[in-house]
Write a protein that binds this ligand. Structure first.
Ligand SMILES: Cc1cc2nc3c(=O)[nH]c(=O)nc-3n(C[C@H](O)[C@H](O)[C@H](O)COP(=O)(O)OP(=O)(O)OC[C@H]3O[C@@H](n4cnc5c(N)ncnc54)[C@H](O)[C@@H]3O)c2cc1C
Length: 441
């Protein structure tokens, strides 16, 4: 009896955006299916809201709900953390010293921010203007730092690893710049600087182009090839590894009055050090890009930030991944072929200032798409309302509950958008690189 209680038909590890959504979808389609969620935290965070907290558009309390209120009825919640994976024996060990067995494992642990990889950052956060929206604890300090800024350098960074929401390191900067401009006297002797180890502002060319226009319009200095290495908080100095276009490297230092730091990210250690990790850096869980199934263990599926899928890590991506994963888990359990395919859909609402958002949707093709039948490559007030008012509501009331996003019904009409985007032309590589160089230092 005891060992039967430790066996689960479907064991979901992680009760964040991906885990909760998948659990709801599974139970909705098979109400009798036995499902357990292994999740240590008593709280669930709406992380996209942290950007809005940093810009004083949302209160921190609005970004958190109790985990208990989100676990679907009939699903067992095991409040503990996974400490080891043994897919050979269909087993997971947890922080309570238990071994859990499963027929199907769904890996949804999210990712790990590697604050410790930036020397001095952990100690510096929360004082001397060093802040980060990537930490629930320090997102409110971002707003305090923006308000306190009286001139000097306001430095915003991006790490070299994949990050959750590739646009979030910039969104905060555009809101901050709006606030700085509204303060009398701040413009004098002040500089907004974006430092990125990459050579472009965004992975998708069409959206990178818009962002180039935004930084130029705002006179923001972009330093491509600049990767944050260390923070000397009390001195207010940030230290960078600078990779020059000719391949040479050097160390660069920037004094700052405000520093918004984004840490490197990886799969959580417990996943990265397990047999479920893929071969590449970061230890992301191996997963087929279409089915989300593990290439070696057919009864293991991964989605959300932890999955090594070649798309941008967002809650919006989960909206595409979860229905596919749930359908394929059911097919696997019922001995049918896995026919549900994920197209790489992801969305990053790029806040380019208060009242303006580029709703950057794309898929594996790396081409802009739109769920709203609009040209997605434009800054829009309507998308600001969508980001700040509608998306939080949709997250709590539709997505997490496994209910389809209304955009699904517009999807078959997406090709129409191309007709509406008569003014848009995909920029050539040469154009983009010229624009990149123009914005860099
Ligand atoms: C500042 C910021 C801005 C963002 N902006 C946007 C945005 O505008 N749009 C957008 O779509 N997305 C955005 N995102 C990204 C989005 O929040 C994530 O992509 C999404 O939450 C991923 O869901 P997940 O379930 O994979 O991970 P999470 O939601 O992080 O959940 C992972 C869960 O796994 C649990 N867990 C961790 N380790 C273990 C373990 N060992 N055992 C068991 N459970 C474990 C955690 O406690 C957590 O509950 C943003 C994120 C941040 C930080």
């Amino acid at each position: 009896m005891e060992s039967a209680a430790r066996h689960h038909r479907v064991l979901i590890v992680g009760g964040g955006a991906a885990g909760i959504t998948t659990a709801h979808l599974l139970r909705r389609q098979r109400p009798q299916l036995e499902v357990a969620i292994l999740e240590p935290s008593a709280d669930h965070d709406y992380q996209p809201g942290w950007t809005l907290v940093g810009g004083s558009v949302m209160r921190l309390e609005q970004t958190r709900r109790s985990e208990a209120s989100l676990i679907p009825q009939g699903v067992t919640w095991i409040q503990a953390a996974a400490t080891g994976f043994d897919p050979e024996h269909n087993a997971v060990t947890n922080s309570e010293g238990e071994t859990l067995h499963y027929d199907v494992l769904v890996l949804a642990t999210g990712l790990q921010c590697r604050w410790e990889q930036i020397e001095g950052l952990t100690d510096a956060l929360g004082s001397h203007g060093v802040c980060s929206n990537y930490s629930r604890q320090f997102a409110p300090y971002t707003w305090q730092s923006i308000q306190a800024f009286q001139g000097g350098n306001a430095v915003f960074t991006m790490p070299a690893t994949p990050v959750k929401c590739g646009g979030a390191p910039q969104k905060v900067m555009y809101m901050a710049d709006d606030v700085f401009r509204s303060k009398s006297g701040v413009g004098v002797n002040s500089r907004v600087i974006f430092c990125t180890p990459l050579r472009t502002l965004f992975a998708v060319g069409a959206y990178a182009r818009i962002l180039q226009q935004v930084v130029r319009r705002r006179d923001i200095e972009v330093r491509f090839g600049w990767e944050l290495q260390a923070v000397r908080g009390e001195e207010q100095v940030a230290v960078f590894k600078v990779s020059e276009a000719d391949g040479s490297e050097r160390t660069g230092e920037l004094p700052f009055s405000m520093l918004h730091a984004v840490p490197p990210m990886s799969a959580p250690d417990v996943v990265a050090s397990s047999p479920l990790a893929g071969d590449g850096p970061g230890g992301w869980a191996a997963a087929d890009r279409l089915t989300t199934q593990h290439p070696r263990w057919a009864n293991v599926f991964s989605l959300g930030d932890v999955a090594g899928l070649p798309t941008s890590k967002t809650a919006g991506a989960v909206r595409g991944e979860a229905p596919v994963t749930a359908a394929n888990v059911l097919s696997f359990l019922e001995g049918r072929p896995l026919t549900a395919h994920y197209d790489g859909y992801t969305v990053c609402p790029l806040i380019t200032g208060y009242n303006n958002v580029v709703m950057a949707e794309f898929d594996y093709s790396q081409q802009p798409i739109s769920s709203f039948l609009i040209d997605p490559t434009r800054e829009r007030w309507s998308m600001w309302l969508m980001k700040t008012r509608m998306l939080p509501w949709l997250y709590w009331n539709r997505m997490l509950k496994g209910l389809p996003h209304e955009g699904r019904y517009l999807r078959p009409f997406r090709p129409l958008v191309h007709l509406l985007r008569l003014d848009y032309r995909e920029p050539s590589a040469a154009q983009l690189s010229a624009e990149g160089e123009a914005g860099s230092c």
